[in-house]
Design a protein around this ligand. Structure first.
Ligand SMILES: [Zn+2]
Length: 227
């Protein structure tokens, strides 16, 4: 299969995801990757099975007062199920999104947030739409037209890019739907879409990008466009 997912989150990140220790924005990208990656679906399953075994093996707190545990149990069993009809209708509306005359399928874990995206901003062949997020993380949908390049840049913080549809490449490789690219301040790259079809990505930034080519005065507005 030519389009197999090859770029995954590290095992440590997957473990932190399963333990609920990632920030909401990073967890969202990992969840969307898992939706697109059978390999990580299996790993998630295995990690969760291990965690369940570890928890089952732990003695319940050796105190005579079990009221906290009882309260937690009560909370679990009394949790109200989500109204199914409402959930189903909002999901069916959000399964795909349209931009540039093209429909893109949205991974299940991203559907709710993608429906809350802000207005698309376009610059040349690139467009971004912010999704709700907490500071300092900025999370956006990133659309790159066919035959279009993002100017060469480095990172003041962490950049996670998940390809949702289409294909991009940079100096380090080629990325298809499901591939997760993690860049840090050590990386400088020039992502580009060399294909004849547009590419849609999910992008999480913990700090602005620094553009490293061309006229700085012209590139300054780019920093705001991407962050
Ligand atoms: Zn994976």
């Amino acid at each position: 299969m030519p389009n197999t997912v090859k770029h995954h989150p590290s095992l440590s990140v997957l473990e932190q995801f399963c333990e609920g220790r990632l920030t909401a924005e990073v967890a969202l990208v990992v969840a969307a990757h898992i939706d697109l990656c059978p390999h990580c679906q299996q790993l998630q399953h295995d990690i969760e099975a291990d965690l369940a075994c570890a928890w089952a093996g732990e003695p319940i707190a050796a105190t005579t007062d079990n009221s906290a545990f009882a309260a937690m149990l009560q909370q679990i069993v009394s949790a109200e199920p989500a109204p199914l009809e409402a959930a189903a209708s909002s999901l069916s509306k959000a399964k795909s999104l349209e931009f540039g005359g093209q429909q893109f399928l949205v991974p299940r874990s991203l559907q709710r947030l993608a429906a809350k995206r802000s207005k698309w901003l376009t610059l040349g062949g690139i467009a971004t739409a912010r999704l709700p997020s907490g500071d300092p993380h900025h999370i956006s949908l990133l659309y790159i037209s066919e035959q279009t390049q993002v100017p060469r840049h480095t990172h003041q913080g962490m950049e996670m890019t998940l390809v949702l549809s289409g294909e991009i490449e940079d100096e380090n490789g080629r990325y298809v739907a499901g591939d997760l690219i993690v860049a840090t301040p050590d990386h400088t790259h020039t992502p580009r879409n060399v294909k004849q079809e547009p590419c849609l990505c999910l992008s999480v930034l913990s700090a602005p990008l620094t553009f490293t080519e061309g006229m700085t005065r012209l590139l300054n507005p780019l920093q705001r466009f991407f962050y």
